[in-house]
Design a binder for this molecule. Structure first.
Ligand code: NOJ
Length: 560
């Protein structure tokens, strides 16, 4: 397997709005990020993924871009951004930008033109269809944020497609001029010296011919059309073209966000010889606690399913292709609250989840605050939430007859705002994030969960992440070793072995607050063992052939 810097990286995701506010307006900004670069260097990460900082009316916090080559005024200026890139590079770190090209904002110049008349030259940059005979929407697709995926445009008396909010019209990738504009925009950023792109819902850009109806569930107004727009017929052509026309001229990291992608499809996207992408963000493991009716339909995670799912991905992309490794990002609830224990075992379970993920094969992604053990938040009223998806879900679910308690329970567990509360830098007023009331309320637990206290305590989650990152740096085995799940049938333990050039790594994670017995499989022989990491103080010499794990205990051994 070829060695690459992006395989050896640990990426840290910054959601700029919530990271650090330098000018006291309650909104994070670019100068704020610059202030915290030494913090990131100290953590040991080497690549930063910056969620969108482009000009945007913020219907979806920057994922609705109105100008690809301008910086959002609330975040600063292009000069600030250039300084950021310079400061990142000075510290020998890399910067990857978010590329949102499935859709733009409806306030983007292209769309303003396109909607003005049927013969406008920009018209075909978007996806337009005539109303049905009864005046209704052209097909039955639901938007991913609820309601129809179509919006009527008075001026031209027809509809445009928006798979997300109506302020996020989908671009028409069938149009070659549009595609070329996007590639030259990408080159413009690459020429500035950025180190890659994270590509927003990039497997949605090719829609099925004829935009056929989806299958509607009983009692629903709209259907998921996803099978007609995910991994569509021309997706590989577009990605190869993008690679050839823009990316291949630079040594960059690319990661494509791909809801609904299977391991087999991911092989085609990331295979070494395919010249498409380096890796994808898959969604299988973060969908395991969705009930039959989707995200808001709560279902407890079954560890056996998580073991099978993550292992399937490890095996499928083991030889050719590459995995991204993540539990958290700005769209997911905090993994610690979701899969761990954010009460009594907060510290132990945060470290266990991190061990489980960071010792796997792939490129790990850390989302801001994860390294502090930040948790979900429970705002009492829907009025405190700012996320468009959460707000739309609240009204839809209430309309469907869910009680206030039921809806709020789902929101507390699943809302994207769980991940978006401001970074908790210290215990002072506004958590050191800002000098004023932040745009989204803080999680009140910042008084005891914050960077300052994490840094000062050698036993903290922050220091544990540092160790995980350093271990990866020091051991090719962790980057390139083969993966093998062990103790498959064990319902409480997730354990695996990595092997590379005669060396082996044994990773043992207890996923619950019980104390299950661990029995080393007979086929694992070794002469010596070295404990590399554990989230408890244990006797390093004690035998590992049989013992009981402590709640959420995680151990990493090097075997020889
Ligand atoms: C995925 C992004 O991560 C999410 O935040 C956004 O709402 C949608 N794509 C639409 O851009």
């Amino acid at each position: 397997m070829k060695h690459s810097w992006w395989k050896e990286s640990v990426v840290y995701q910054i959601y700029p709005r919530s990271f650090m506010d330098s000018n006291g307006d309650g909104i994070g900004d670019i100068q704020g990020i610059i202030m915290k670069l030494d913090y990131l260097k100290e953590l040991g990460i080497d690549t930063i993924w910056l969620s969108p900082v482009y000009q945007s009316p913020n219907d979806d916090n920057g994922y609705d871009i109105s100008h690809y080559q301008k910086i959002m005024a609330e975040f600063g200026t292009m000069k600030d951004w250039e300084e950021l890139l310079h400061q990142v590079h000075m510290r020998e770190m890399k910067l990857i930008m978010d590329l949102v090209v499935n859709h733009t904002s409806d306030e983007h110049g292209w769309f303003v033109q396109a909607k003005s008349s049927k013969d406008n030259p920009y018209r075909d940059y978007y996806i337009w269809r005539d109303p049905k005979d009864d005046g209704g929407e052209p097909n039955n697709w639901a938007s991913n944020f609820g309601g129809s995926a179509w919006e009527y445009n008075e001026q031209t008396e027809d509809y445009y497609l928006h798979l997300f909010s109506k302020k996020q019209p989908d671009l028409n990738w069938e149009n070659e001029t549009l595609r070329d504009e996007i590639y030259s925009m990408m080159k413009w950023w690459l020429d500035k010296g950025i180190d890659g792109f994270r590509m927003d819902v990039i497997n949605f850009i090719s829609k099925a011919e004829g935009l056929p109806d989806g299958e509607k569930k009983p009692g629903r107004d709209y259907a998921s059309g996803s099978k007609h727009y995910r991994n569509g017929p021309k997706i590989h052509d577009y990605l190869r073209e993008m690679n050839q026309k823009a990316l291949s001229h630079f040594d960059v990291m690319t990661v494509g966000e791909m809801p609904g992608v299977t391991p087999e499809q991911a092989k085609d996207y990331t295979g070494e010889e395919r010249n498409e992408l380096n890796m994808v963000f898959q969604f299988e493991h973060v969908g395991l606690d969705n009930g039959p009716n989707g995200k808001w339909d709560l279902k407890p995670l079954d560890l056996m399913e998580l073991k099978q799912s993550l292992s399937r991905w490890q095996y499928a992309l083991g030889e050719n292709g590459w995995n991204s490794l993540y539990f958290n990002n700005h769209d997911q609830p905090r993994s610690l609250s979701r899969f761990g224990n954010d009460g009594k075992y907060r510290i132990e379970s945060a470290k266990m989840l991190a061990t489980l993920l960071h010792m796997m094969k792939g490129t790990p992604f850390v989302y801001q605050g994860e390294e502090l053990g930040m948790t979900n938040v429970q705002f009492e009223s829907i009025d405190s939430y700012k996320d468009i998806e959460t707000i739309q879900a609240y009204s839809e679910l209430r309309e469907q007859g869910w009680s206030e308690e039921q809806v709020m329970e789902s929101i507390h567990q699943k809302s994207r705002d769980n991940a978006r509360t401001p970074m908790q830098w210290n215990a002072e007023e506004h958590a050191g994030f800002s000098t004023t009331e932040p745009w989204l309320a803080l999680n009140p637990n910042y008084k005891f969960i914050n960077a300052e206290s994490e840094i000062s305590n050698e036993e903290s989650i922050f220091h544990y992440y540092k160790q995980l990152i350093q271990l990866r740096r020091q051991n090719d085995l962790i980057v390139y070793g083969d993966y093998q799940l062990i103790l498959e049938e064990e319902p409480e333990i997730f354990a695996y072995v990595r092997s590379y050039q005669g060396k082996r790594l044994l990773v043992i994670c207890n996923f619950y607050d019980q104390e299950p017995a661990f029995r080393l499989p007979r086929e694992i022989h070794f002469m010596t063992k070295q404990l590399l990491l554990c989230n408890y103080k244990i006797d390093e010499q004690a035998s590992i052939s049989e013992f009981n794990l402590q709640p959420y205990e995680a151990r990493v051994y090097l075997l020889n």
